[in-house]
Structure formats: structure tokens, C-alpha cells
Design a binder for this molecule. Sequence first.
Ligand code: AMP
Ligand code: ZN
Length: 473
Amino acid sequence: MALRFFNTYSREIEEVELRDPTARPVKMYTCGPTVYSRAHIGNFRAYIFEDLLQRHLELRDYKVHRVMNITDVEDKTIRGAREAGVPLQKFTEQFKDAFFVDAHTLRIKRADEYPAATDQRYIDRMIDMINALISKGLAYQADDKSVYFRINKFPDYGKLAHFDLTQLQSTGRVKHDEYDKEHIGDFALWKAWDEADGDVKWDSPWGPGRPGWHIECSAMSTALLGDQIDIHCGGVDNIFPHHEAEIAQSEGVTGKKFVRYWLHCAHLLVDGQKMAKSLGNFYTVPDVLAKGYTGRELRYALLRVHYRVPLNFTWQGMNEARESLARIDEWLARLRQLIGSVRRADRTPQRGMPTTDFEEALDDDLNISAALGFLFESIRETNRAMDQNEMDAASASAWLDWWQRINTVLDLEAETDVAIPHEVARLAEERENARHEKDWKRSDELRERISALGWGVRDTKAGPKLTRGTGSA
Ligand code: AMP
Ligand code: ZN
């Protein structure tokens, strides 16, 4: 079956055409975390959906070049840094670290690149893009010194969200600081510096200021993936205005179609409401681990429902995830035992050999619920065959091969060892360097950052040893 995805742009399931004669990688851009606090598990539902998408493409032999940005400057990060009384960089660093550790806990595959908005090379690109938009009449500087996108000059504005611009006028959502705009829907590309921004500012042709959130993604995506991207993802709350604005900016500059397939996941809910920082109804990954669940269980709980269906988070759901994984574990143990034994089946098995149903379900707009249905049906069938001594080692081995193939997508096998997250290892290495340079202050700071991530570092004769938990010196 051909690969099919629901494209938010057309609001239809489309047959996917991604393979190129030159077999270049699929270009995938996924909006990443805003690092003003620890990401919650709602955010991770979006990242797990994107992980599933990437892994399924890879199962189908596509190469994927994935970029996930880090939004480390916008209103909330600036406010947070000011309230904490620390420089922006210092404030966001802890949440960046935590994001990588949580993603590791949930077995999310690392993107190829994680560009950060405050990187000067992207700031320069944002400025260049804004300049290009101004020269095309698509942007203007208002009396408040900020630069805005002129949505009336971009006829396609609203096409992604299927939004009528006149509706935007009637909502009357005028923010007090946006009175200088020509149109209520015009969005900021460059925000002029004001006192509340403290020392967070960059020079620009329009005076000191900082970029708007939307232009950050347009600049980072096109810088790393080129003018045209194959797949762009996020949660449904990103559709408007964020992704709509990204289209307007990127296409406004390049004149080319920015994205071929827009994929958005439905929200993780709590008691029927979106899990959100602003509502205070959220859990972080450590909150869930503190209740005794594992990252693998949480991964399963967030993965098991089709990405376009809202998913209610409950502890009951976590227990169900635990039970489902236990069934998988027992099944695998049985298969392995059978393979290890010399016992032969009384009869040649006639039914229940592995099929391609699992991956075909995923071809169909990533229908994970159906795919897992096939997995558990297969577990039931093969358990029955094993109960009745109708399976030999060769068939068991075929099933195990099948599991190993589908597990490249699921990544749900029980852990034998606790792997050290990449970020923790990197910080430990930096600490080693600091120690070699006898920079004890830096070394202590790094120990604290490692410990904030739930790891301890112990210096032994054989070098530093990392252990789960805060450890001791
Ligand atoms: P943010 O850090 O707010 O920019 O969000 C990062 C990603 O998480 C975006 O793709 C959002 O659409 C997504 N997101 C935020 N809240 C939820 C939720 N409750 N369920 C699923 N995705 C979410
Ligand atoms: Zn984005």
C-alpha cells in the first residue's frame, strides 16, 4: 500500500510522493520546545508522534533529514529570565538540558540538527528575510519601531488554517501593545526593544530589538533544509498563527511553495481539556517517573492512540500501558526460550506467520492503533500456537525477526541497562575538561547541572562514573 498522510493544507488524506530520482533524504522540520520551563508530557505527545513518523519513514527505506528548533528567545523566555534575575542564556540552558534528557527517557530519536534561535547566524538570516519582505512590500515598520508582516499583501494567508481574514477582523482581539499595526492580523517579524527586555537585544536596520517567534522557524528551517521542505509538523495549536505565518514569511521571501505536507497531532488532554502550562494541569516526565512509571511506559501511553485523535491522559492509561508492555515482554521471553530449546513442534504450524499488516496500518496515515491491534492479535495467536505445541524454533525465530523489524518503529523493548543520556555525557565531558584546566568553579557548576538532570558523577581512579540519582562526590 502506498504511504498516505492527512495533509492539514488540503484537509485530505493524500498519497505521499516523496521519493526523488536522486534519492535525497526527506526534509522534515518539527517545531521544538520553547525553553522557558520544563516541557510537559503534552509537548512530548507531539514529539513522540514526530518520532513515530520519522521511524516509519525509515522502516519504509526513506532517509530522513530532521531538524528540530529550540525557541530560546520570545516573550516567555525573556520574562522568565527577568523574574529569575539571570541572563537569558543561563535561564534557558537548564530547560534545554532537561528537554534532551526527557526526550532520551522517552526514547525519541535525536534530530539531525537542533538550531537555536539566538545563534547569531540565524539572527542574521532572520534580518535578511525581514529586509527582503520589506523590499517586496510584504512588511513595514510601524510607529512603535517594530516590523510587521502585511497579511493583506499575501493572498494565501489563511489557507493552512482555512481561515477567512474578515473573521480575524471581527474577533477584535486587539492587544494593547499592537495599536500601531495596519491590520489586526499583522504579526511581528521584529519586536523593537523595550525596557522589559533588559539586555536581550540585537542590532538591526530597524533599531535594537529581537525577532518574532514565527520568523525564527522560517529562518532556521530554510537555512538548514533549503527553500522547500517535504514535511513540517507540530501540534494543532501550531497551525494558526505560527505555521500560517511561517508560510507567509518563507513563501513571501522565496516565491516557492514552502512545505509539501503539513502534519499536526491532536492534543494530549487532562479531564477533556488541553494539557497546558497556562492551565496548570500538566505533568512533566519526572512527575510521571516519580509515580513509579518508566519512560518506556510513558512512551507507550503517548504513542498508542492515533495522532489525530485527542488523547486523555490518566493514571489508568499508564497502568494499561504497563499491562500491554508486560504482555509483549512475556511473549518475547517465550519466543526466545523456544528458539533456545531444541524442541520441535509436533505438527508444522499452518497459521499465524508474520504478515505486513503492522506496517501497512502505519502506511495508512500512521494508524498506530490498528498496527498495535495487529501486534496483540499476533501475540494471542502465537501464544495459542505455543500453548498447543504448534510452533517450532524456526517459526519462533521468524516472529522474533518480525518483532525486531517493527520495534525499530515502536522502540518498546525492556531496558537491560540504563543508558546515559547524550546531554549528561556531554556535560560530564565538559566537567572533565574543566577539571583538567583546574577550573573548579566551572566543574562544580557542571556537577550541579548534571545533578539537576537526575544523575550523579563520582570521580574514581578510572575516571568519572555517572550514576542514576544525584550520586555523591
Ligand atoms: P511549545 O513549547 O509551546 O512551542 O510547544 C511545543 C510543541 O508541543 C508544539 O508542537 C505544540 O503544538 C505541542 N503541544 C503543546 N501542548 C500540547 C498538548 N497538550 N498536546 C499535544 N501537543 C502539544
Ligand atoms: Zn516553529
